[in-house]
Design a protein around this ligand. Structure first.
Ligand code: UT7
Length: 334
């Protein structure tokens, strides 16, 4: 039986730091409100002249490959999680493949599972490795949210939360289980609680022609924040417990929980509900905001660099977001 394990992690965030103070100068908000409700102190926003989802993910991928002692040519397949691809189509997976200079033999799959995207991508890559189809897979989560945000008072409940960035993990086949399990869930009844309507195909022909679209607010993120929050705290805990039960473990077995960085208050709520000490939960939302599919690999890459993921540690990943989708992964670090 083959298993998969993470052999390298990397990340890249844009240079431009956007402080809460900056946001309070352009919309009706305050540093105090943002910190109290979200824990976010700053986020990174791209420079449109130089940053793209594809090139940020290439930088993150190269860091992950270098840390793994591998080269671009060692990659057999790419799984790319993003809801903010460079183009409406094709997906960003092929653009990353091009950036990395890989030849046509490498397939690239795009996933659109928002904040849960990285765990979904990890799960897909894990299955490909377990079946023996591929040996080395690049798993990426990358987003540019900033350029789509409504940065006026009207959009303040989302504008203050989201940030840009990219994270990557290299997965390789191994004899002993690294990824112990993944659990994936969805409930489309809540699709419109956190979504961007356009450019969607749900409109009739006349309304889908760009020159006919007079009201462009449908291109902005719509979020029912309190509804998302309420569901998140329940589903996060549920899916973490599901992972522990499936592996005959308890919360005491967790060495480090890396939750999707949605809101520091959500992470703290889960930590309290699970009864985990501060050193067992990794948060970096203070610095980067919520980077959707990129948040978990960025956090893992930083946690690894800080020496917080050691051999035989049990690492738990968990996420919740648009869809609604939610997911967990339990990993024995090798
Ligand atoms: O990655 C997964 C997706 N996202 C999430 O997980 C986000 C989950 N939700 C949240 O994090 C929180 O709901 C928010 C941080 C978005 C909002 O916090 P909240 O405590 O749920 O605020 P609210 O939406 O209930 O709004 C409370 C008040 C409202 O004013 P009124 O109607 O009470 O006068 C809002 O207009 O706060 C106001 N408000 C703001 N005030 C200052 C909303 N955003 C802001 C803001 N600055 N940025």
């Amino acid at each position: 039986m083959k298993y998969s394990r993470i052999v390298g992690l990397g990340h890249h965030v844009p240079e431009t730091v956007i402080s809460n103070q900056y946001l309070s100068n352009i919309m009706d908000t305050t540093d105090e409100w943002i910190i109290e409700r979200t824990g976010i102190k700053q986020r990174r926003w791209i420079d449109p002249a130089k940053d793209t989802v594809a090139n940020m993910s290439a930088k993150a991928s190269r860091m992950a490959l270098e840390r793994a002692g591998l080269k671009e040519q060692d990659i057999d397949f790419i799984v790319f999680a993003t809801i903010t691809p460079d183009y409406f189509f094709p997906g960003s997976g092929v653009l990353l493949q091009r950036e990395l200079g890989l030849d046509g033999r490498v397939g690239a799959l795009d996933l659109r599972n928002a904040c849960s995207g990285f765990i979904y991508a990890l799960s897909v890559a894990d299955q490909f490795i377990k079946t023996g189809m591929y040996k080395t897979i690049l798993v990426v989560g990358a987003e540019i949210q900033s350029t789509a945000l409504d940065i006026t008072t009207r959009g303040r409940n989302t504008a203050v939360i989201f940030g840009d960035g990219a994270g990557a993990a290299v997965l390789q086949a191994t004899e002993k289980p690294g990824i112990l399990s993944t659990h994936l869930h969805s409930d489309g009844n809540f699709a419109e609680e956190l979504y961007v309507k356009d450019p969607g195909s749900s409109r009739p022909h006349a309304e889908r022609q760009p020159e006919q679209i007079l009201d462009t607010s449908s291109f902005k993120v719509v979020m029912n924040g309190s509804q998302v929050f309420k569901h998140a705290v329940v589903r996060f805990t549920e899916v973490i417990n599901e992972a522990l039960e499936a592996n005959n473990m308890t919360k005491d077995d967790i060495s480090l929980l890396v939750p999707h960085q949605a809101n520091l208050r959500i992470s703290q709520f889960i930590q309290q509900k699970m009864g985990l000490s501060d050193d067992k939960v990794y948060n970096n939302i203070m610095h980067y905001g919520n980077t959707t599919a990129a948040s978990i690999p960025i956090a893992m890459s930083e946690a690894w660099a800080e020496g917080k993921m050691k051999k035989d540690d049990i690492i738990c990943l968990a996420a919740f977001g648009s869809g609604f989708t939610w997911a967990s992964a339990l990993i024995k670090w090798q």
